[in-house]
Design a protein around this ligand. Sequence first.
Ligand SMILES: O=C(O)CC1=CCC(=O)O1
Length: 263
Amino acid sequence: MEIDYRLDGPEQAPLLVLSNSLGTTYSLWQPQMAALTAHFRVLRYNQRGHGATPLPAEPLTLAQLGDDVIALLNHVGVERAYFCGISMGGLTGMWLNRYAPSRFHAFAVANTAARIGSREGWQARAETVRTQGLKPVAEASPARWFSAAFIQRHPDQVNALASALAAADAEGYAACCGALAAADLRSALPAMVRPMLVLAGQDDPVTTVQDATEIVRHAPDAELHILPASHLSNIAVPEAFTARLLHFLQRQGAADEYSNRTY
Ligand SMILES: O=C(O)CC1=CCC(=O)O1
């Protein structure tokens, strides 16, 4: 298995897959781990070009990011899982809801859109990263990730994420920009048949409440919840994020599935 992943939580519990955003790693989910592992076996993995997950030989696509999750499920021998992804991870979840719904019970997609940004914007960012490295992008990222108030109150947390991005693999980041440049699931929304919680940040400048509203308008079984946060909402408001995620997953039968098991 070439995807860099780790498993936490009770072996008998239902599997919940967590998928990170562009420029972060699976450590992003640390604030959620204590609460989630009380109910789930949690599989965190690093998206292509992030952490120790290598890039494929061919240009990276959203379909590859989705296929990686199916490969992970096959690798750990799980037929059906729950899924939560943020930003590019949320887009990966929507692709799975469209193209592999039989492998999932339900999805939570946070701070995402069926079409994130524009082709030109992602191509320009990939070009910047390839020519100048990740430093300029790492310097600009906190303002896209967090509100000014959060940055002022939590400089250590923000700097740790920005420093990790500055030290990450530039080609891995640029390849994901390439995948995002081509990714557009707007016409696929009506075919996303599994239940989907759509978490939006009220102050998110990247994937807006309007983007989240569009998902819920067109996907057949999607519900919107707005958090008092910017883009990395699971970091900005961890308790509210986790509580809403657990509430949704338990409504989809996740708690019953675990508690009905014998040990
Ligand atoms: O623009 C950013 O850096 C935030 C972001 C967009 C897609 C993603 O995964 O993160």
